[in-house]
Design a protein around this ligand. Structure first.
Ligand SMILES: NC(=O)c1ccc[n+]([C@@H]2O[C@H](COP(=O)([O-])OP(=O)(O)OC[C@H]3O[C@@H](n4cnc5c(N)ncnc54)[C@H](OP(=O)(O)O)[C@@H]3O)[C@@H](O)[C@H]2O)c1
Length: 312
């Protein structure tokens, strides 16, 4: 195992986090709640103690399943959830107002069946509520014992000015990053350094394309978000490029006797120092394979080969 303490906190977490988006049971094809629950149990048993979810994943279903799965093991887990995205009457919008943060927090606590959230993250900024007001509300919730620390998500260097006064306030920032998506690399490195945040990556397996099980004939059903054009990792030239990356991943995986997904995760762990890698998982085998990224290092020439093939 490999653990890290999130910046500005005493949260000690495994550097691989089980991502709870598929746990929402919506938009990832077929998922079975019993397998998700077994995946959480397997994680805790193997020392993967960090779980990321959000109030909107499956309109609360992800938090419900995670809470149910953890049960009496709650104290062994570090739970990160998010607020700030609202869906009402099938309309999605962002809301960071104090009223909504409070309401969202109470609902998340209820669904997770817990007294406290370890890491409460701003999912998206709403473009109107002052950061001062967001921080004050989060500080109040902390004083009330409902949350322990706070984090950020989907921010970049263009947000630096707004964030600078809050250096030392937040523990972490989540952004999309993987061998299939390196566009945000310098933003992630600079932002986390300047604001003193632990960088976390989402879409770390390129929504599954970097696990080695998909090919150029892959299609998804309408119950899977990856059937939509927005999921560029499975489209046209980009898919072909990703399959070239997978070819290199497979060679390294064979050589190091690791699952392909673990090599894809290891690249991030080595490439973004002090990072935590979020990997969505639908069943125990997936999170266990992904956790095999921990506790070893790739050879310099292997990292270089992946660097070359994935450079944007
Ligand atoms: N802050 C944000 O805005 C934001 C946005 C997105 C996600 N996130 C967080 O980041 C987490 C990770 O991102 P993600 O779930 O979107 O994408 P991801 O981790 O890149 O891909 C997850 C998918 O890959 C497949 N997979 C995972 N492990 C595998 C393995 N070992 N072998 C084969 N297939 C495997 C599974 O789908 P299949 O088996 O169907 O292929 C799984 O659902 C999320 O769960 C969520 O917690 C945050």
């Amino acid at each position: 195992m490999e653990y890290i303490t999130l910046k500005n906190s005493d949260l000690r977490v495994s550097r691989v986090c089980m991502g709870g988006c598929p746990m929402g049971g919506y938009g990832w094809g077929v998922v079975h709640e019993n397998e998700l629950i077994s995946a959480v149990h397997a994680s805790v048993e193997q020392g993967v103690n960090f779980f990321d979810t959000a109030d909107v994943y499956g309109l609360g279903q992800s938090e419900r399943t995670l809470g149910r799965a953890l049960g009496t093991n709650r104290h062994k887990a570090v739970i990160a959830t998010k607020f700030g995205v609202r869906i009402e009457d099938r309309v999605t919008f962002y809301d960071n107002s104090p009223q909504w943060i409070r309401k969202a927090c109470e609902s998340s606590l209820r669904r997770l069946d817990t007294d406290y959230i370890d890491l409460y993250q701003v999912h998206y900024r709403d473009g109107k509520t002052d950061m001062q007001s967001v921080v004050e509300t989060l500080e109040d919730l902390r004083r009330e014992g409902k949350i322990r620390y706070f984090g950020l998500s989907n921010l970049s260097l263009k947000d630096l000015q707004e964030l600078e006064p809050w250096k030392g306030t937040f523990a972490s920032v989540q952004n999309q990053y993987s061998l299939a998506c390196r566009e945000h690399e310098s933003d992630i490195l600079e932002l986390s350094d300047k604001i003193d945040l632990t960088p976390m990556t989402w879409g770390s397996l390129g929504q599954g394309v970097l696990t080695g099980k998909y090919d150029s004939n892959t299609t998804f059903g309408s119950d899977d978000r990856r059937s939509r054009n927005a999921y560029v990792n499975f489209r046209g030239e980009k898919l072909l490029k990703n399959l070239e990356i997978v070819k290199v991943l497979k060679e390294i995986a064979d050589e190091s006797r690791k699952p392909v997904s673990a090599v894809a995760v290891r690249f991030i762990l080595d490439h973004i120092p002090g990072s935590v890698v979020l990997c969505g998982a639908k069943r125990p085998q997936q999170i266990m394979e992904n956790a095999q990224a921990l506790g070893w290092n790739m050879k310099r020439e292997e990292l270089d080969a992946l660097e070359r093939i994935s450079r944007t």
